[in-house]
Design a protein around this ligand. Structure first.
Ligand SMILES: Cc1cc2nc3c(=O)[nH]c(=O)nc-3n(C[C@H](O)[C@H](O)[C@H](O)COP(=O)(O)O)c2cc1C
Length: 236
């Protein structure tokens, strides 16, 4: 029997894991409550347990707070408002995007903007929501995820596992998160604003904290394709 207060109590570990995976969603509005340092470290240690090719454990998580965070948010928001463009450190989405993926992208946008009551052609309202990426959705914890520039594509896979490990660990502890790929649009600006060396590529940000359950944006529900769309068995 599952305890809704804590999914890990009175529950078979397999059921608890299944539940964690299905309960996790991207959360884009947070309560102001601080996340204790020890808890954040415990989550990062769990993330660090992710497997990686040859155990390289590539990448790093940088906590950005105080004046550094204010400087970063203000620089990114300004760049976005000025339609500033720069070359990204790595390529994320296919260009052009095949129609099956484009449909999923549109559905995800519809889920997000639909939850907020924003119409498809309301550019200003969409931009205002997009700009919230750059303040890490006001989450109590803002993380910047980076990876050594000379790492191969496989190492991004390793880092992705660590990212998901962090998200599930957060979920298990009653916290919520949202990855912020939007930050990858301004790698040079981020390095300059935070005085980071050029050795690391900017992969994404992470907003982390306790979800505000009443915020309309947190009513965003996305769906997944059936597993048989990407799982099949070849036997001849
Ligand atoms: C690496 C990565 C980057 C993402 N970047 C953003 C982002 O910049 N802004 C945002 O609002 N959501 C972002 N998301 C959240 C996705 O839109 C979300 O995971 C997807 O729509 C599925 O919804 P769910 O996480 O609620 O299951 C990102 C997710 C991942 C994994």
């Amino acid at each position: 029997m599952r305890n809704p207060g804590n999914p890990l109590i009175n529950t078979d570990p397999a059921d608890a894991y299944t539940q964690l995976c299905s309960d996790r969603r991207s959360i884009r509005a947070f309560r102001p409550d601080a996340v204790p340092d020890e808890l954040l470290l415990a989550l990062l240690r769990s993330a660090r347990q992710a497997p990686s090719g040859a155990n390289l454990q590539p990448g790093s998580f940088l906590r950005v707070e105080g004046q550094a965070r204010q400087r970063l948010t203000s620089a990114l928001t300004q760049a976005f408002q000025n339609n500033q463009l720069e070359a990204e450190d790595y390529s994320y989405f296919p260009d052009p995007m095949a129609s099956i993926y484009r449909r999923r992208q549109v559905a995800a946008a519809r889920a997000l903007y639909g939850a907020l009551g924003i119409e498809r052609d309301d550019r200003a309202a969409r931009d205002a929501q997009f700009a919230r990426n750059f303040c890490f959705f006001d989450a109590p914890v803002a993380l910047l995820v980076t990876i050594e520039r000379d790492m191969g594509t496989g190492c991004y896979m390793d880092l992705g596992m660590a990212l998901y490990g962090l998200m599930l660990a957060a979920q298990a502890h009653g916290l919520a998160s949202c990855a912020i790929g939007a930050l990858a649009s301004y790698p040079g600006l981020i390095r300059k604003t935070l005085s980071l060396s050029d050795s690391h590529a900017i992969v994404c940000g992470i907003a982390l904290g306790y979800a505000d359950p009443h915020a309309p944006v947190n009513q965003t529900i996305t769906r997944r394709a059936e597993a048989d769309a990407y799982f099949r068995t070849l036997n001849e």
